[in-house]
Design a protein around this ligand. Structure first.
Ligand code: CU
Ligand code: CU
Length: 352
């Protein structure tokens, strides 16, 4: 049984867990000053069963000096983390008789195998064939109407963080759609902030970590200063179903923003909606290099709560962070749990 088969074997004694992943990193001698870069190389090299073939630093130093071996087939996945980053979906917009803005969406739940690291596949459950699902964006007070069509083999829901009536809560008994059925969620978007939605069918850990989650951004009526906005959903994947994640990422694909650094402009205000939906680990975190950010907790304030360079978040915690890079260059950002970094949660900005 090859490494990849083991990884995808659905767990059991033969599945290589993430501690195994990390032990092998150490054994291969890649844990040096370039640990942050070497992890990926080993993940992909091991997955491909190519021990020793890519041990040279030339691979690690390819591209921007942050490169890695192998690429995920984004086209086959049907989505690209670089696009998910700024893909805000305002829905089909109309007005009701009272003049209120109505935003309508159709969400189809379907099973789909996705590649979360080069050669590492995960049997995801998706909203509209992507993980995370579409980023819903509205202004506080808008009416949201979402028809969720369940085209999968399990019951599912959409449970929103925010205010809504009991019948719209998206939990078993209140807005759960059986296979082949649909349910329409209808509520007012409030309060303003950086929120999320996720499936709330049971067992909950399974329904969340399979990929049924996404960002729900509600803007304040008075708006916010102009900025380049991004959505960063911190997620993890238990590829062998042993209740531990083997792969970590922002917006699903390990090291995606190392291969394709996020291009931003010097002097321009950056606003990131950072959401932790990682299952199985009590905390995830984000740390920016060579900079600090203004932290707006849950995005529910117009003035910042903190000025820092690292924030830790439990599951479903999310924040809006604002920062500006004044000088051009390449700057990393990543989880500050080194284990997560080595397993994929490592990213970079390219400031021009
Ligand atoms: Cu579900
Ligand atoms: Cu929740």
């Amino acid at each position: 049984m090859g490494f990849l088969d083991k990884l995808n074997s659905g767990g059991g004694r033969n599945g290589l867990d993430r501690r195994g992943f990390l032990k092998r990193f150490g054994a291969a001698g890649a844990l040096s000053g370039a640990t942050l870069l070497g992890g990926r190389e080993l993940v992909s090299a091991q997955v491909a069963g190519q021990h020793g073939q890519h041990s040279g630093s030339e691979h690690r130093l390819a591209g921007h000096g942050l490169g890695a071996v192998g690429r995920v087939d984004h086209a086959a996945n049907g989505f690209h983390p670089s696009e998910i980053l700024t893909d805000f979906d305002g829905g089909e917009v109309s007005r009701d008789r009272s003049g209120k803005t109505v935003r309508e969406y159709t969400f189809v739940v379907a099973d789909k195998e996705i590649e979360v690291a080069p050669g590492v596949f995960f049997p995801a459950w998706t909203y509209n064939n992507r993980v995370p699902g579409p980023t819903i964006r509205a202004t506080e007070g808008d009416r949201i109407r979402i028809e969720m069509v369940n085209a999968s083999e399990h019951p599912h829901t959409m449970h929103f963080h925010g205010f809504h009536p009991s019948g719209m809560d998206g939990v078993p008994g209140f807005g759960e759609a059986q296979p082949g059925e649909s349910f329409t969620y209808d509520f007012i978007a409030e309060p303003f902030g950086t929120h999320l939605y996720h499936c709330h069918s049971l067992p909950l850990a399974q329904h969340i970590h399979r990929g049924l989650y996404g960002a729900f951004i509600v803007d304040p009526k008075q708006g916010r200063p102009d900025a380049h906005e991004m959505v960063m959903v911190m997620n993890g994947f238990d590829t062998n179903f042993d209740n531990e994640n083997e792969v970590y990422a922002v917006n699903t694909v390990a090291f995606a923003y190392m291969n394709d650094p996020i291009k931003i402009n010097a002097g321009e205000l950056q606003r990131a909606h950072v959401i932790n939906i990682t299952e199985f680990d009590p905390l995830n975190s984000i740390h920016l290099h060579a900079n600090f950010f203004h932290l707006y907790r849950t995005g529910t304030s117009l003035s910042p709560h903190d000025f820092t360079d690292t924030i830790s978040m439990g599951q479903a915690e999310r924040h809006m962070i604002e920062f500006t890079y004044e000088q051009p260059g390449v700057f990393m950002f990543h989880a500050h749990q080194t284990e997560f970094v080595e397993l994929g949660w490592m990213s970079s900005f390219e400031v021009a």
